[in-house]
Design a protein around this ligand. Structure first.
Ligand code: PLP
Length: 237
């Protein structure tokens, strides 16, 4: 088995173990394989090894990979996980099955409009800045309590849940606090969300903390570096 497939099997096993340890069904947790460190060929290897959901944090890189011939015969779903500028919305909506990183009302409005123009519905998550780190994007908890009741003003997006990036200081206790906070906030928002907005998904956890995130209720984990360890990567571009 090549290294990418080996890494994928290992990460999937760790996800299953973490879910079982938390008394959860492993099928409740979906792996998003983050391909931002690699070019199209290794990313396609990951997809061939069985990782269907691929995440990119820069729109241009998502567009380039999605259009790359390496993916022509592969069935993959692209997830936008990083900051999205409004002028990059139409192309990103055309190519993404889930946008994790909606961090403002104006961005959600732009996505709603682009989806309507394309005649598709666009699943999204709302990004929450749990760590209070001002360099990070995302809604505050208070802003979301005001905003979520108004989500029916955006009829072409499906807001499936919340996303966060744990505090950058890498103290795992802090990550657990951030993840618990996201789940608690989600539970509160479910009480005020419009009919039909279930906010089921929690996108949280990366290579360094996805097991902690699963213990706290993650339904989507975004894992990059753990999948590329020891992989011989050709130069990008
Ligand atoms: C890069 C990135 C990840 C993956 O991080 P790793 O630590 O490499 O697993 C997850 N989420 C977002 C938003 C990212 O930009």
């Amino acid at each position: 088995m090549d290294q990418v497939a080996k890494n994928l099997a290992e990460v999937l096993e760790r996800i299953a173990d973490a879910a079982s340890a938390a008394g959860r069904d492993p099928s409740e947790v979906t792996l998003v394989g983050v391909t931002k460190y690699v070019g199209a060929a290794p990313a396609a290897e990951l997809a061939k090894a069985g990782c269907r959901y691929l995440g990119e944090n820069r729109p241009q890189q998502l567009w380039d990979k999605a259009d790359d011939p390496a993916f022509a015969s592969l069935d993959v779903d692209w997830h936008m996980i990083g900051h999205l500028q409004r002028n990059k919305v139409p192309r990103t909506v055309a190519l993404s099955s889930l946008i994790h990183s909606v961090d403002s009302e104006r961005l959600l409005a732009a996505i709603d409009k682009a989806a309507a123009e394309l005649g598709k519905r666009q699943p999204v998550l709302l990004e929450v800045n749990c760590s209070g780190d001002s360099s990070k994007h995302g809604f505050t908890a208070d802003a979301l309590k005001e905003f979520v009741p108004k989500l029916d003003e955006f009829p072409t997006v499906d807001v499936l849940g919340l996303m966060t990036i744990a505090s950058g200081d890498r103290q795992l206790s802090t990550a657990a606090d951030n993840f618990r906070e996201l789940r608690t906030l989600r539970d509160e928002l479910q009480q005020v969300a419009p009919q039909g907005v279930e906010l089921w998904e929690l996108s949280m956890g990366m290579s360094g903390d996805f097991e902690i995130a699963i213990a706290e209720g993650a339904t989507l984990v975004r894992v990059g570096s753990a999948l590329w360890q020891g992989v011989d990567l050709p130069p990008m571009g």
